[in-house]
Design a protein around this ligand. Structure first.
Ligand code: GDP
Length: 282
């Protein structure tokens, strides 16, 4: 059941002593996380909405304050690099293919290279190579098990030689050992910052809508390691409506660039805050 329907149900039972506790639980179930759910229900308790419509409006305004739509713009005539980060399976490799298609279709990048930096999963490189052939962009990859930093270094050399404007770089993001992950990310980051201007380099965390509240912890770890630039939300076609994004917005104040909503290459749209909030609270 959607958050909006649950709120309606809650109000239909009347506002008694347990109302605000139930409200807090309802907000947690929508993946907003305990901190945000507590803050919101406290705020609502002070404002005392009388109907669910009033409550929805208040919640929408409050949540809207934690979300920003960001734009991924390129410095024309220079090499820009978007590094896609996130734990295994969130949708990094497929999002690179979708972004490539979006930038090519909208003529936003003069020349585009993908770096198959997820060297742990042979299928990830193969998947990217196939997309590259189909969409007409170059893919730089290594043998399976190669060094991701070396792949990205090579991709930068290749893109500079071709005067490309954009590199979309994939990463592995295995999480079983945080220290190892952070070290590997820092190595990759150092290679990039040595060759790409800071303003042309975006560190983008991919968040899976279906991950629930765990997404906040993931965002904190990646942000601590690399100081993220922003977020892309995936699997928005699922029943999860991305409440986890708001919890991340509250804690880390990162802009959201795009939302992907399916397995087709064109299933990617720029993030729209109003649409997102309406879907969350419908
Ligand atoms: P990675 O490990 O982060 O690179 O994840 P992948 O790009 O390999 O994606 C993992 C799975 O999620 C694949 O089966 C994708 O097709 C699927 N996937 C990615 N994005 C979406 C999306 O927006 N909607 C749906 N339904 N599936 C997606």
């Amino acid at each position: 059941m959607s958050l909006g329907s649950k709120l309606k149900q809650l109000f239909s039972k009347g506002i008694d002593d347990s109302f605000y506790d139930n409200l807090e639980d309802t907000l947690i179930e929508a993946d907003l996380g305990p901190v945000l759910a507590y803050t919101l229900s406290e705020e609502l308790e002070k404002k005392r909405p009388k109907t669910s419509d009033e409550a929805v409006t208040l919640i929408k305004t409050a949540l809207g304050g934690y979300l920003t739509a960001g734009q991924l713009t390129l410095e024309k005539g220079q090499l820009n690099l978007f590094l896609l980060l996130g734990v295994n399976g969130v949708g990094k490799t497929s999002t690179i293919a979708k972004l490539a298609r979006y930038f090519i279709d909208n003529k936003l990048a003069g020349g585009l290279t993908a770096a198959a930096g997820d060297t742990f999963r042979a299928a990830a490189s193969q998947q990217l190579a196939l997309h590259g052939e189909r969409q007409g962009f170059k893919v730089v990859k290594s043998e399976s098990g190669g060094d991701p930093g070396a792949v990205i270094y090579d991709a930068i050399s290749s893109a500079l030689a071709r005067k490309d404007e954009l590199i979309l770089a994939d990463t592995a993001g295995r999480m079983h050992n945080k220290a190892e992950l952070v070290n590997e990310l820092k190595k990759i980051d150092k290679i990039i910052t040595g060759r790409i201007k800071p303003e042309n380099y975006k560190k983008i965390l991919v968040i899976d809508s279906t991950t629930g509240q765990n997404a906040l912890r993931q965002a904190e770890i990646f942000n601590e390691a690399l100081q993220l630039s922003g977020i892309i939300l995936t699997k928005y076609d699922s029943s999860a409506k991305g409440g986890n994004l708001v919890a991340i917005g509250k804690e880390l104040a990162l802009p959201v660039y795009f939302v992907t909503s399916g397995e087709k290459i064109t299933d990617i749209t720029p993030f729209n805050k109003e649409v997102f909030l309406s879907n969350l609270l419908e």
